[in-house]
Design a protein around this ligand. Sequence first.
Ligand code: UDP
Ligand code: MN
Length: 264
Amino acid sequence: MKTKSFMNSSDSHHLAVIVPFRKAFDELQAFLPHMDKYLRNKNIDHTIYIINQADNLRFNRASLINAAWHEIRKEGKADYLVMHDVDLLPLNKDLPYGYPRKDDVVVHVASPQYHPRYHYKKFIGGILLMKLKTYELVDGMSNRFWGWGQEDDELFVRLREKNIQILRPNNLTTTDQNTFLHLHDKIKRPRDGLKIGEQKIETRRRDRITGLHDVSYEVEERRILNIDKAQATVINVKLHCDIKGTPWCMIPTKGPSKGKAPRA
Ligand code: UDP
Ligand code: MN
């Protein structure tokens, strides 16, 4: 890593790896041992949390991360977090997973320059790292995004409004083809791109109402998962949906079920 804006080991800090999750067991089997070993090799003190959505609503990545933040803060062990897709495995040992030096920065590890699929400038999805307090500063993420996509773009706006800088790795010796392994089979894991009712219009807006402070959920169960030598804390979370505010949170039971799914 050439830039000095972030450190590369966690020193006395503790990283919470937050993995929003539902049903992706094959990916998890690859991710957990890989990630644990990868962070150990970099001397990053960490705990991996699998935040498993256990309700019958559409997938809500942002609310799962909000819920995880509260659970992790209660535990009091971690002081920084990385929200991490289960299907994106870091391969380059120089990627920045260390404690950020400042409160007003986030580190976009899965930078558009190196992400195998997303190359737009404002992209901050996939893997994003920051202090717990930075996440609080922007009130986390909107709870209005049910289904696939756009919650990360809304977070981009929250960060910009608070003048939080996005740091990205550069000068890596790898490319968008071999910095990460994206284990995403579009047939096995179709993205839920359905836009129901007002969803399309509503989720283009910056949400000034919901966020970290009002995420509504219950923890159904907590357990330890071991795969090979790696360990994770699985938290089964049931999200609550405000049906009046976001009627598109329900999985449709009838009618056409094919959304306009984006390409893999
Ligand atoms: N995810 C999941 N189950 C799902 C949908 C999403 O576990 O049914 C989690 C998983 O961690 C995944 C992340 O949410 O990596 C982001 O979803 P996806 O991989 O579809 O997004 P993309 O490939 O477009 O970045
Ligand atoms: Mn994916």
